[in-house]
Design a protein around this ligand. Structure first.
Ligand SMILES: [Mg+2]
Length: 316
């Protein structure tokens, strides 16, 4: 399979070489005396040439931005309508402490490493050792079942404050066939965010405040989309002790990992999805679907289904 990162890197190198050569191209052959005798001593890049270069580059950029500004809203609008036509809403998922807990291998004590290494290859294990990233990754219990069930009702997205490389690698681990996250296209990382340490739906194509449910263990990063959020308890498989990580153990008999938060949230999602499409039946006609996408809103249904537990989790 073609590695997209390798292609991107190769293109960057080729473009950089072309740009460098294009800058050098007007350089006269100074090593040949006869060839430079008639040249003016004035700098080759005159103000006029620089101005032309500036206008050309910015002119091209302006045209590209104009095309983007005109066609992008049309593209996104059609995409959102297609989701509703499939009877699907959008589900934006955080990674760390929501779907998994990962730690650097070097931060785990030697004794713990031996224990973990004996478990990573066992059948049915949700514990992974990713040598290239240098990490142990433990999926939250029920993660794979949760994603499979949710994909029947929602278009799935990941939004993490971690790096793009990390997000892409975890995306491959969670979705090796590229089915759940659209070949990792539906993954957003901190490099895509417009505000440091904040998440916002405006950087995503498809999800918007009226059609999206968010699941995240960190509430404050979603300051603008609190009404879309189901906050999940922070998942910790490892615990930090004296600068290194240890497993949470119960009487020395192994790690206690009986978290059922995703199971509970899956039930809630089933309920909210059912209530939404019962309240707002999807029209068949195309022009009605346009109007439908503008008017329906999942937030009141999510609000209605919340209980008073104070955790922000709905109860249908
Ligand atoms: Mg998190």
């Amino acid at each position: 399979m073609v590695n997209k990162d390798a292609i991107r890197t190769a293109l960057c190198i080729v473009c950089s070489v072309i740009l460098f050569l294009s800058i050098l191209s007007p350089t006269p052959p100074f090593h040949e005396k006869d060839a430079v005798e008639d040249l003016s001593p004035r700098p080759y890049f005159t103000i006029r040439n620089c101005a032309l270069l500036f206008i050309t580059i910015n002119g091209i950029r302006l045209v590209i931005e104009f095309i983007y500004a005109v066609f992008y809203p049309l593209y996104v609008g059609k995409k959102r309508q297609s989701y509703f036509a499939q009877k699907k809403l959008c589900l934006v998922l955080d990674l760390d402490h929501t779907l998994l807990h990962s730690v650097n291998i070097n931060d785990v004590s030697n004794d713990e490493q031996k224990y973990l290494n004996s478990r990573v290859s066992s059948v049915g294990s949700s514990l992974y050792k990713h040598d290239r990233m240098g990490k142990y990754i433990k999926l939250r219990p029920y993660t794979r079942e949760f994603l499979k069930e949710a994909s029947g009702m929602f278009i799935l997205f990941i939004y993490t404050m971690a790096s793009r490389q990390y997000a892409q690698e975890i995306g491959k681990l969670l979705d090796p066939n590229g089915v759940l996250f659209n070949n990792n296209i539906n993954i957003v990382s901190r490099e895509d965010s417009t505000i440091i340490n904040k998440k916002n739906l405006d950087v995503m194509a498809g999800p918007y405040e009226k059609n999206t449910i968010i699941i995240d263990d960190t509430e404050h990063v979603w300051a603008e989309h609190g009404e879309n959020l189901i906050r999940i308890d922070r998942y910790m498989y490892f615990s930090a002790v004296d600068g290194s990580y240890k497993l949470k153990k119960d009487g020395g008999e192994g790690c206690v990992d009986e978290d059922e938060a995703l199971k509970s949230i899956s039930e809630v999602l089933h309920c909210v999805h059912k209530m939404f499409f019962e309240s707002f039946p999807v029209p068949q006609a195309y022009h009605e679907l346009q109007e439908y996408a503008k008017t329906v809103d999942v937030r009141p249904i999510l609000k209605e289904s919340r209980n008073n537990s104070g955790k922000g989790a709905p109860n249908c």
